[in-house]
Ligand binder design. Structure first.
Ligand code: PTJ
Length: 311
């Protein structure tokens, strides 16, 4: 394992890479998992490597759903096990959700190793070894346990592939996904799409449990019913667009806060050039559009209960 100094500006991200590499070396994570992590990193960069308000809202709704479910199951793959085995076990213990290993690049050896890792982190029972091809899929993710994912009413799928997500929703199960890519089929198909890094989302969800655990079912359902996944996806895409615009402005040397001075003398007494003026006009238009979009997004999230997270 490469030593990463704690003060490295990209410490968290580099440590996550090391975890995935260690997962591959232990035989838990697939080599393809390295590529999936890279894709996740790219989207995390775009979202600002932070939990957005929309993601926090989706995480809260996911917690409510897990608490309401009769037979919730957390599906674990090689990447999730490498990045957050302890948090997955804790979430399962706090919500009563079963843990089931379900792999795209399935081998019996990997299933056993992931079960071992979850047990080392405190899990009593982990399903997955007795999986049968019960889902209408042509690949290995079709293999699920009858008492686990097959019978579940709510399935939590951190880092999923789109096919199975679609099949699970077709089977009338409620699906919660974590996926940093808001454009993925998984994010577009799940009922609750958490556009956040798994490593931030799981601890957030664990922290939220005490807040919701004592609420009555009616109130929990009210939060779940008011939720609109499209608002959260839209919020994630808007955030990425804004971050890109901000970076573009930085490269162009446009100061986002200076909407004044159009053709008027600047602080040094000079006049702005025609180019400066046009740039300023374009930026003003972009800024106004952005503000309007933000207000609209914020209003919709609030209307649907996002303010719960602000209290
Ligand atoms: O262990 P297996 O055999 O089941 O394989 C697991 C992977 C992840 C390799 C497999 O499911 C796969 O190929 O997934 P995809 O299709 O690459 O999708 C993974 C999605 O997760 C992508 O949209 C990534 O952007 C996203 N992602 C990757 N790392 C993270 C993430 N989302 C949240 N947090 C991450 N750390």
């Amino acid at each position: 394992m490469t030593e990463i100094p704690k003060n490295h500006p990209r410490y968290e991200s580099l440590m996550a890479r090391e975890q995935i590499v260690a997962g591959v070396e232990k035989g838990m994570t697939s080599r393809q998992g390295l590529i999936a992590q890279g894709r996740g990193e790219a989207f995390d960069y775009l979202i600002g490597e932070n939990t957005t308000e929309g993601a926090a809202y989706a995480e809260a709704v996911a917690v409510c759903l897990l608490l309401l479910a009769e037979n919730p199951v957390i599906s674990v793959n090689g990447n999730a096990a490498a990045l957050a085995a302890a948090e997955l076990v804790m979430l399962s213990q706090l919500t009563g959700a079963k843990l089931e290993v379900n792999l795209f690049h399935r081998t019996d050896e990997r299933v056993k190793k992931i079960i071992g890792e979850l047990k080392e982190n405190g899990a009593d029972v982990v399903l997955g070894e007795n999986a049968e091809p019960l889902l209408p899929l042509e690949h290995e993710r079709a293999k699920v346990e009858r008492d686990g994912i097959f019978d579940a009413d709510v399935v939590f799928v951190p880092l999923e592939d789109g096919d199975r997500c679609q099949v699970l929703t077709d089977m009338k199960k409620l699906v919660i996904a974590i996926d940093l890519n808001p454009l993925s089929r998984t994010a577009q198909t799940a009922h609750v799409s958490i556009v956040d890094n798994l490593k931030r989302a799981l601890p957030n969800m664990i922290d939220m449990i005490p807040e919701f655990r004592n609420m009555n079912e009616e109130d929990l359902w009210e939060i779940v019913d008011a939720y609109d996944n499209n608002v959260v996806l839209m919020d994630a895409i808007e955030t990425m667009k804004e971050n890109l615009t901000a970076k573009q402005n930085e490269i162009l040397g446009i100061d986002e806060d200076s909407d004044k001075n159009d053709g008027k003398p600047d602080e040094t007494g000079g006049k702005r050039s025609g180019n400066d003026k046009r740039n300023a006009e374009r930026e003003e238009a972009r800024r106004n559009a952005r503000i309007q979009r933000n207000a609209e997004t914020a209003r919709k999230v609030m209307m649907r209960g996002g303010d719960l997270m602000m209290e």
